[in-house]
Design a protein around this ligand. Structure first.
Ligand SMILES: *Cc1c(COP(=O)(O)O)cnc(C)c1O
Length: 464
């Protein structure tokens, strides 16, 4: 395994914003109640001003504050590896590289955005942050970031995960966060669900409702999001910017870039900094997004406006979606169970620049095992979808007898996911295929709002 380590002096000083470089303008977000284009003031109760400004920014480059760079230096620049042992195991002529984000304290790429979000909130006098978490990756990243900037962090953790995954909860508590099993008794939304069903397993939609209610109810509190929105993808660009410099050091350049997609932030963070060269025709790169067959947003969803949350509280986003009411099967890649994706990624997919592939969890875990036994790293189930995509391309290169340079995003380690590996090794993992009827039912929940320019009229069906 060859390792390309950037010196600290090469840590990017600016984030890259893909929005001004998109081949078509991004449609506006819409206010969930009025359906009018969202304006910055609409987010003022939830997000700090600096983050709102970034969310709407058309600037290509945005300075990374010194305090954020100092925190990034705890583990950044992260290494780029050449996976030559995997290449030999596959017998492929392809050169496979991966950018490893598992070296962060929380074990994934998510602190890349948790840190600037915590920093901007603290700078603007916010004392307390709320958020939701499913499997616990995002909650632990925010708990870590909050501890660096003296913020109280309150995490609403979906009850099934709270009960079944004590280690991520303990990680959050170790960093000083308060973790509520959601539905909780501390919010009206949680109490209402609990009164209707005392044994509710919870859901991400319920946890989001609790976190938002908590933030809106207190002047000293705001809310933080771990994926999907522009500012999150912006912060993650540090990954791809570093990778570009590491490829210069390796005297190589990727023909194919593969990432896993939950909400699209690690994919966008890795891939988008390579986009300008592709769009300008200086390089020809294929961008491949890997998602679970159990939540096939890009491969089987529809492009339109949808809510980011099950409770339809958040702004309508122009994205590909399988419907905000869709509850995916309980696959082990909890971070990939989101019904929509980042609007920037969806637009690039619509434009034919990003390709999408869907994989089943057994084929994905088989690759994670092969990787552990060739390269040594035990990777997150989410990241294993990107690995599966990279291996598929490497095997195609072998069939065609062609040289290919493949880069994939290794978004996190799998040290807290060993029960999933246990299930795979015991032959107990299930593959899930959504039937046409199930898909149709899920898509029926997508509100009938057509993005401007795709039909004569923008119409609402009165869902809100
Ligand atoms: C959350 C998570 C993902 C999916 O989120 P994106 O926003 O799509 O990047 C992928 N990998 C890991 C390890 C995660 O924690």
């Amino acid at each position: 395994m060859k390792k390309f380590v950037l010196p600290e002096s090469q840590l990017p000083q600016q984030w890259y914003n893909v929005v001004p470089d998109l081949p078509a303008p991004l449609e506006p977000y819409l206010h969930p109640a009025t359906l009018a284009p969202l304006v910055p003031g609409d987010l003022a109760d939830l997000l700090p001003d600096a983050v709102i400004e970034q969310e709407f920014s058309q600037d290509r480059w945005i300075d990374i504050p010194g305090e954020v760079l100092d925190a990034y230096r705890i583990w950044r620049p992260s290494p780029l590896y050449r996976a030559d042992r995997l290449e030999r195991a596959l017998g492929t002529p392809a050169r496979i590289y991966f950018k490893y984000e598992g070296v962060s304290p929380a074990g994934s790429h998510k602190p890349n955005t948790a840190i600037p979000q915590a920093f901007y909130n603290a700078r603007e006098g916010v004392r307390r942050l709320t958020t939701e978490t499913g499997a616990g990756q995002w909650g632990s990243a925010l708990a870590f970031a909050g501890s660096l900037f003296g913020l109280e962090v309150v995490v609403y953790m979906v009850r099934t995960s709270y009960d079944q995954k004590p280690y991520r909860r303990l990680l959050m508590q170790t960093w000083g966060a308060t973790v509520h099993s959601s539905p909780s008794t501390v919010t009206a939304a949680g109490r209402k669900i609990s009164s209707e069903d005392a044994n509710s397993p919870g859901s991400l939609g319920i946890a989001i409702s609790e976190a938002i209610e908590d933030a809106l109810g207190r002047g000293d509190t705001k809310y933080a999001l771990g994926s999907v929105m522009n500012h999150v993808v912006l912060h993650q660009s540090v990954v791809g910017l570093e990778a570009r410099r590491q490829f210069e050091a390796a005297e190589d350049y990727p023909d194919i870039i593969v990432g896993c997609v939950g909400g699209g932030s690690n994919f966008g963070g890795l891939a988008f900094p390579f986009l300008p060269e592709h769009l300008a025709g200086h390089r020809s790169t294929r961008f491949v997004a890997a998602e679970p067959s159990a939540c096939p947003t890009l491969t089987r969803g529809v492009y339109g406006y949808d809510y980011p949350d099950a409770a339809a509280l958040g702004p309508l986003l122009p994205m590909r979606t399988v419907g905000h009411g869709f509850v995916p099967a309980p696959i082990h890649a909890g971070g990939l169970r989101f019904h929509g994706d980042a609007p920037t990624l969806c637009l690039l997919h619509e434009q034919g620049i990003v390709e999408a592939r869907a994989y089943q969890q057994n084929e994905v875990f088989a690759e994670a095992i092969r990787f552990a036994r060739s390269e040594g790293l035990v990777i997150a189930p989410e990241s294993a979808y990107a690995l599966r995509g990279a291996v598929t391309e490497a095997l195609a290169a072998r069939e065609e007898g062609r040289q290919r340079v493949i880069l994939f995003g290794l978004s996190g380690h799998g040290h807290f996911d060993l029960t999933a590996f246990d299930a795979f090794l015991a032959g107990q993992l299930e593959d899930y295929d959504i039937t046409a009827a199930e898909l149709e039912q899920a898509l029926a929940g997508v509100p009938a709002v057509t993005p401007r320019g795709r039909s004569e009229d923008t119409v609402a069906d009165g869902t809100v």
